[in-house]
Ligand binder design. Structure first.
Ligand code: 4NP
Length: 156
């Protein structure tokens, strides 16, 4: 059993997209019982809300269902629960590094470390136009494939 937590700022755009896309990949590969997937935000402003409708609609056009997700803030106990904690950008990662218990033995890093692309961060689409949500999906789809390969190789 492996577990993956995706983290962005609000948990309504980028990390729910990563959650939905990676969950779909895991299910397509028949690994639903072996890989647990969740997402959270470093901020609490949107806790309890559904994902942003622009994210939900863009994802739905590619066949991913984000509609059942509910935003939450990342908590210290997440470091006991997740083998991989993956940040969407450097600011999210800096926040998580401050929270990280010294004894955490999992992988804390940027999600796009697993993508086959030159970008290192998933840009925040919240204040931009619809194209931003398409770019999030492109980056997340690429990194999801790489992450699954890494989990399979690492066996964590
Ligand atoms: P996310 O996008 O971090 O990808 O969920 C954002 C959502 C909300 C805000 C910022 C980013 N906000 O400032 O409320």
């Amino acid at each position: 059993m492996s577990s993956v937590l995706f983290v962005c700022l609000g948990n309504i755009c980028r990390s729910p997209t990563a959650h939905g896309v990676f969950q779909a990949l895991v299910e397509r590969q028949g690994l639903r019982d072996q890989i647990r997937v969740d997402s959270a935000g470093t901020g609490a402003w949107h806790a309890g809300e559904s994902p942003d409708s622009r994210a939900t609609q863009a994802a739905a056009r590619r066949g991913y269902d984000l509609s059942q997700q509910v935003a939450r803030q990342v908590v210290a106990a997440d470091f006991d629960q997740f083998d991989y904690i993956l940040a969407m950008d450097q600011a999210n990662l800096a926040h998580l590094r401050q929270m990280k218990p010294e004894a955490y033995s999992g992988y804390l890093g940027l999600f796009l470390d697993f993508a086959d692309c030159s970008e290192s961060e998933v840009p925040d689409p919240y204040y931009g136009g619809g194209q931003g949500f398409e770019q999030v999906l492109d980056l997340v789809e690429s990194a999801s494939e790489g992450l699954l390969d890494a989990i399979r190789r690492g066996g964590r």
